[in-house]
Design a protein around this ligand. Structure first.
Ligand code: MSK
Length: 630
């Protein structure tokens, strides 16, 4: 194994504790302290049996009061809360996708945003029966963008992307009446159903939860992913580094955080500008380091190799280094705590989106028309702030790992198909991967996704599960903060093949890949849907028959629930390490863990014991193998 070793969670924690000491010196608050103030959590909230959707309440279900004032029981209350949670996530992802469509609509040959992957644009246009012959690529981009935007509000029909699914899956969706219509309609319909005096039947609420999830994964998120690729390039394997040690004490440090690559791409562009680098040198820095947090980090890592400073529960850590000149955010998963925290240091906390405005931040509104000018302004502001650093507060943990990231579906297919076939066409085939699975060289695959959550020791579940899976010859594809956990630990370093079982190790060597493949940000779970759809079509199996499962061991956001719903609805058994506030209703628990299987051939498993969770996944994969006789 040479000198290579994985970084442990204990080492992550020691580094965090050292940073919290700096925080204590300047009177900074931290999530670790706030968790203590917030626990124990409200039991009614935890079980999902608190209802405040009208002003007669709030009503809480107890043995003495089994119904709310309107007469709704625990099952209806839990179900409505679950659907609202899903709708919040579907709206959020899909609105991100909509913003990307608008950016594409404004792309121009002489503008800030250009089409970097014209082949992909043409492929999508043909898929949507849009004439491509003789058209200027930007005219085509605008036509495709407008068509995509119509998917959000079209009065009739289903989502266009659904046709990418195998016919069997499409038939299941139609039969179960969960094929998603217009994206905004599914979100609005969910909120209509959960209004006082509408649905209180668990079955109906779960059905709409699947539908709202599908409008995200096979609608808005797919728009976000596909058109980000068209604009900024389809990811290809690229080397980067991960963990706080990627920040550089001698450089101006700019940290990008959030989700929408429209902002971070521009910041990266200008931070790389020789004029800006010269300016940074003129203020005494050696250069400019841009690093990322959360999914923005995934976006710029997989397209530009920008290093990943950390994931969700490390966002405060980057400020605690005392070496962060600016943390620049767009939307989603941003702690409001960054405002007061940045005031304890010299850090500029820069918000840029009307969607995510926060106290104690500097608001520099970012939009497509002024992107270049605003990005330059932000980079300059960070450079000007370098002189305000307090050297006595600077401590950057010397901790980072190498990672190879950027495994889009196109890249996975090309890499694996390329091992056996030197003439890989545009999309190649997943047949070599299928052969690895059917021969048993690889036992199956796990899609590991989602956030961190203080309820689970941060990153521990991600890393321990991944280690055990790869040791059992199960390949892992990862996105979101789960992917960053893997990168920080070293599991995206190709040398991590030494921690695999013999079969997966051989595949990693032949294909020159790490055992945990980085597939992008949280909207990019749509990439995983395309991958399983392709595997199913190429193998002649149904998606639900593939030895593939999904897992979100540390999830926390509404988006994660929406994702879970579309992953299950696509036919993939999904394992959660945190309960989605449904324990207060045995009927809801039944529908989610068993009942939905009749509709979509997959269901949830909730298991908060991490050891049991991984064993259940391995058992499920082996059951699926046995069922198809491999
Ligand atoms: S950023 S949704 S904490 S994955 Fe996408 Fe990470 Fe979860 Fe946010």
């Amino acid at each position: 194994m040479g000198d290579f070793k994985l970084t442990t969670v204990e080492e992550f924690e020691a580094a965090t504790n050292r940073l919290l000491e700096t925080g204590a010196k300047v009177g900074a608050d931290a999530w670790q302290l706030r968790v203590k103030n917030q626990t124990p959590h409200c039991k009614f909230g935890e079980q999902g049996i608190c209802c405040r959707i009208c002003s007669m309440g709030p009503c809480r279900i107890t043995p003495k009061a089994p119904r709310g004032i309107c007469g709704c029981d625990a099952h209806g209350i839990v179900g409505r809360n679950y659907l609202k949670f899903t709708a919040g996530g579907a709206a959020t992802h899909s609105d991100h996708g909509r913003e990307i469509c608008h950016t594409l609509y404004h792309a121009a040959a002489d503008g800030a945003y250009k089409v970097k992957d014209p082949e992909k644009l043409i492929r999508i246009a043909k898929e949507w029966n849009i004439e491509t012959e003789g058209k200027d690529i930007y005219d085509l981009a605008h036509e495709v963008a407008e068509t995509a935007l119509m998917e959000y509000g079209k009065p009739f029909g289903y989502q266009r992307w659904l046709k990418r699914a195998p016919q069997h899956t499409q038939d299941l969706w139609e039969k179960a009446e969960i094929a998603p219509r217009a994206i905004d309609r599914e979100v609005a319909c969910s909120l209509h159903m959960t209004h006082m005096g509408c649905s209180s039947k668990p079955e109906a609420l779960v059905r709409q939860s699947l539908r709202a999830g599908l409008c995200d994964g096979w609608g808005g998120s797919m728009c976000g992913t596909e058109f980000s690729d068209v604009l900024f390039g389809t990811p290809k394997p690229i080397d980067t580094e991960a963990n706080l040690g990627v920040m550089n004490a001698e450089n101006v440090n700019i940290v990008v955080h959030g989700h929408d690559p429209s902002l971070s791409e521009m910041v990266c562009e200008y931070a790389d500008d020789p004029e800006m680098i010269a300016y940074a040198k003129s203020v005494g820095a050696k250069g400019i380091t841009v690093s990322g947090v959360c999914c923005t980090s995934n976006e710029v890592a997989m397209r530009r190799g920008i290093p990943m400073a950390g994931n969700f529960l490390q966002q405060e850590n980057v400020v605690l280094t005392g070496a962060c000149e600016a943390i620049v955010v767009d939307v989603q998963c941003i702690f409001p705590a960054l405002g007061p925290l940045s005031k304890c240091f010299h850090t500029k906390f820069i918000t840029t989106s009307p969607i995510a405005q926060m106290p104690d931040s500097e608001y520099i509104r970012f939009d497509v028309g002024t992107a270049a000018e605003k990005a330059k302004q932000i980079v300059k502001l960070a450079i000007d702030n370098f002189k305000n650093r307090k050297p006595e507060l600077v401590y950057i943990p010397d901790m980072k790992q190498k990672a190879t990231v950027g495994y889009s579906v196109e890249a996975i297919v090309k890499t694996l198909d390329g091992v056996t076939n030197s003439q890989v066409d545009e999309m190649g085939t997943t047949k070599p991967l299928i052969e690895c699975i059917t021969s048993g060289v690889i036992r199956g695959a796990v899609a590991m996704v989602g956030c961190n959550n203080p309820k689970i020791r941060p990153d521990y579940a991600h890393i321990e599960l991944m280690k055990k899976l790869i040791a059992n010859d199960i390949i892992v594809v990862a996105s979101g903060c789960a992917a960053q956990a893997a990168a920080k630990a070293g599991l995206m370093d190709k040398r991590a093949k030494d921690f695999c079982g013999a079969g997966l190790k051989r595949v990693c060597e032949l294909a020159d890949i790490p055992p945990v493949l980085h597939m992008g940000s949280c909207v990019d779970i749509s990439r995983m849907m395309i991958l399983v759809a392709t595997l199913a079509k190429d193998s002649g199996l149904n998606i639900s028959q593939l030895p593939v499962v999904g897992c979100a061991p540390e999830w926390m956001s509404e988006k994660a629930v929406s994702i879970g719903n579309y992953v299950v609805a696509t036919g993939i058994d999904t394992f959660l390490g945190v309960d989605p506030y449904v324990s207060g209703s045995d009927q809801m628990a039944y529908w989610l863990t068993e009942g939905v299987r009749d509709w979509v051939e997959a269901a949830y498993t909730v298991e908060t014991d991490i050891e049991k969770l991984v064993d259940k996944m391995i058992d499920r994969i082996e059951e699926k193998r046995a069922a198809i006789g491999i």
